[in-house]
Ligand binder design. Structure first.
Ligand SMILES: CC(=O)c1c[nH]c2ccccc12
Length: 116
């Protein structure tokens, strides 16, 4: 039945998001960038993304595949690399999350292919 098919995917997506969160040890990506603290942020970034938003989208069944999750992960990382100049801790953290997260997502995609 459909709910049987969706449940394993939901479990896989939760596990994948947890693994991605673990790579952000400084919790730089945990919450939305605070526009009060960073008033020019939306002049550069049209679609903010962060892990708490991804978690809400996951629980609202917005993601139907690992690829869907990957789109928002890549958006979050791209925003960081665009807004923060190369000589910043935040930019370096974005590069590191991109590389570590890529490995997590490749493994999750392989597991997802075994569910289908
Ligand atoms: C993820 C990211 O770019 C940021 C996370 N926290 C911030 C604070 C000021 C400017 C940028 C950020």
């Amino acid at each position: 039945a459909l709910e049987m098919q969706l449940t394993p995917m939901l479990i896989l997506l939760r596990s994948t998001l947890e693994q991605l969160l673990e790579k952000d040890t400084a919790h730089i990506f945990a919450q939305p960038v605070d526009i009060k603290e960073v008033p020019d942020y939306l002049e550069f970034i049209s679609q903010p993304m962060d892990f708490s938003t991804m978690s809400s989208k996951l629980e609202n069944h917005t993601y139907r595949s690992v690829a869907d999750l990957e789109v928002d992960f890549n958006l979050m990382v791209s925003n960081c690399l665009l807004y923060n100049s190369k000589d910043t801790v935040f930019h370096r953290a974005g590069l590191r999350l991109r590389d570590l997260g890529g490995a997590v997502l490749r493994h999750a995609q392989r597991l997802a292919s075994n569910i289908g």
